[in-house]
Design a binder for this molecule. Sequence first.
Ligand code: M6R
Length: 613
Amino acid sequence: MCGIVGYLGPLNPKDVILQGLKKLEYRGYDSAGVAILHDGHAKRIRASGKLSALEDKLKSETFNGHLGIGHTRWATHGAPTERNAHPHQVGGVSLIHNGIIENYQEIRQELLSKGAEISSDTDSELVAHLIAIEVEKTQDLELAVEKVLPRLRGAFSIVVIWDQAPQDMVAFKDGPPLVVGLGDDQVFVASDVQALLAYTKKFIYLDDREIVSVKGSQVQILTSQGAPVVKEVVEINWSPEMVEKQGFAHYMLKEIYEQPRSVAAALEPHIQADKHEVQLSTEGLNSESFQELLKKTKRFCIVACGTSFYAGQLAKYLIEKLAQVPVDLDVASEFRYRSPLLEKDTLFMTISQSGETADTLAALRLAKEKGLQILSLCNVKNSTIDREAHIKLYMRSGPEIGVASTKAFTSTLSVLSCLALQWGKVKGLLSQKDENDMVQALLAVPSQLEVVLAYDKYFKEMAHQLRNYRGFLYMGRGLSYPIAMEGALKMKELAYLHAEGYAAGEMKHGPLALIDHRMAIVMLCPQDQWYEKTFSNLEEAKARGGEILALGSGEDESLKMKSQYYLPLPKAHWLANPLLSTIPLQLMAYHLASELGYDVDQPRNLAKSVTVE
Ligand code: M6R
């Protein structure tokens, strides 16, 4: 989704804005632009395509002002051309926007009837027109925004400046995130903190329909009616280095390699390592009260999107197995529109790496309206979902920049495994030995992941063979089924190839017809309770000419004999297998996409944080 940066202060706005936009590239975009004060007017430079195109254009440009805004656009209304790129300028007003204005048709008609000259196909430009009309009347940018805000429907975060007020910057939002960064005699606004970490660690998170009014170095947060709001200033402990590539070719590869550490970090608060016991640590509700809540919860409902949804599926299997609590699982975009029956005594969970996914957030709000307790699992602390939940768990992966989720997924699996263990324990369903064994199994995962990372070289070498397949079917049963779906998602989003994740037992109900020598079958067949059944499915696929790439536990000779390619994973407890089989699938998709020459960190058409529905 679009990225937003605004700056008012003594530094060179061009540098600050470009630096910030680079850090927001991961969000996905197709054009970019800036408007920076120069000789009393905001000079606008825009370019379609990559940020480097804008950077080239900006090389020869100088600016003598200290106020500017910049934007990376992920097209919604209108093609990704320079003409549609932001900022939009109308009568001295320059504006950038992330999101969608739903009532734009009505506003457009009204503006056209008044003779407005509309120069782009975007909904965003219309907001610039509305503000330009109001600022003419009020001669005050903040007042103009207060007049326009009630007219807008949809999801938006917007920053606006005005040539006549070189010390003012106004921003507001309803939906997509916006943060204010506070520095010495300087103020920043951005779509997320990563854009600003090189300049400040102090942030204010805006809530919906709040307005930030910046005048010089003074910052005021106001309600949509202009009443002052007191906000907390939050200090972030992520360092700028955490969002650098640190010598890796791509963020995604760096993030894959971080998993031994990120899984350990995810587990750390929830495990008493010396006793090999689980002790889930939540924020918003202390451990004892949370355990009481688990004890009396009759039903659990998990809602998420994409990779987070697949992690939720694993949680469903684990919680039903270990805690014997029924779990409903939904894709957020379905949940919110399907009149779900939510009974009291249901604990409701959202899983979201970004904490900003629009559908997941809407589902959370729906469940909250129905009076349910909301448990969230996020990576980004202080994200909207994190702030709106009652009880909070964290992935603790550190910033994930690659659009394809990797380390956040394994961290999510780790935390959800602890949740299932804790739940089984408070319900008296786990023996001490089982608890100790499972905790030990989880604690062993980080070092086992180091071993699995050796598949990096393997997939690098075989990527040119893999490119001959026309599609990939990922098969697994039980705990391997969500991992199969996640593996297929990685292949689709990175290598743009047809890939499907299937419950292996479903093969003969349709997908078997797809199998021939050009369809690779990725079979997840660790030694667990589903092993024999999965093995039979593998034989069925092989008998129909499928080429098998199997992942198994240790040197499994039977599996080896049946497969074109066999990947031994460390022998592990069944609880650890999903974590171990995830990494080879990430590496396979990564290397095949690189071999095909695709942009691994920013796959086409995708955005890291999906802040519109
Ligand atoms: O930030 P979230 O976890 O809510 O994001 C949900 C999905 O958009 C996300 O998991 C997406 O499927 C991944 N980028 C896929 O790798």
